[in-house]
Ligand binder design. Sequence first.
Ligand code: SAM
Ligand code: SF4
Length: 324
Amino acid sequence: MIDQFGRSIEYLRISVTDRCNFRCVYCMPERGLDWIPRDDILSASEIHEVVSQLAPLGLRRIRITGGEPTLRRDVCDIVSRIARVDGVTDIALSTNGVRLEAMGTELRAAGITRVNISVDSLRPDRIAAIARRDLKFEPVRVLRAAIDAGFAPVKVNTVVVRGVNDDEIASLARLTLDLPVHVRFIELMPVGDMSDSGLERVVPSDEVLAAVDDALGGILPDIGPALGNGPARYYRAPGGLGTIGVITPISHTYCASCNRVRLTADGRLRTCLFGDHEVDLRTPLRAGAPLAPFVARALEEKPREHALLQLRTGGLRALSQTGG
Ligand code: SAM
Ligand code: SF4
């Protein structure tokens, strides 16, 4: 799969559900979100069929995401089916971690090799405030459980929001001193509820790195975790077991090397996280038609770069809907 700008597409992020047990302030509204009707959501065998048809076109790596993918009862079935598809070399999971202690071993056995866990704070009151739910999530315990379950690498995703958790940058970065985890600070993307005040709340990655450098006594550029082919830039503190990364959709775009497309829970292929570039795969899939022509059409429309800053006044779907 090569798009019109010569980018080779080998990475698919599959959103298996739009539901979530959190309502993170930067991701989902407290209420009023229309759930995708159950019948429109792709079944495990339909997801398997999409992957089976994309693998011969060059699909190699997959990430299972959402919404919160661990809420889907058949998530392990989905993973074990796609793990058997020829050509698929790597299946990762993005999760808020709430169910990971209970499900880690089963997910690992099904074929998930690595996990990204969202951790925006180490303070229980703040975790509950950001997620708008108090589910007694204990990040450090969950990270240890993920390491013990055999996931490698274990990455931490932290969305930095000015005035909300920017005072915890140093303590989150310090996790990498004692744990073999890769903490990635993500610039807030002004979508959903954040589309109005969002830009003022973005903390640019240069500011994050300066704070980390100050607190940890100097950090050095690092190659980052194995298979980290994504957009993060990595650093390491002297003697640290893990790395610190920044993901910068706002201050530096990385669209030129974008190697990914997304499958929404209702079977649409999205070629850019932002904007409306999507092609319906569910209708041809359910009609038994080959998907290759539809995939080709989607890739023809993959934009050169996202228009997030131009589009910021509303209209963008929350990341829980698009499989962030
Ligand atoms: N529920 C899972 C989780 O939280 O990791 C997977 C889905 S979530 C949409 C995927 C990632 O998108 C998370 O790391 C989350 O922090 C990030 N995300 C959601 N909304 C965002 C925003 N407005 N700006 C930056 N990152 C965002
Ligand atoms: Fe749910 Fe993840 Fe969005 Fe938070 S970031 S509301 S955990 S989908």
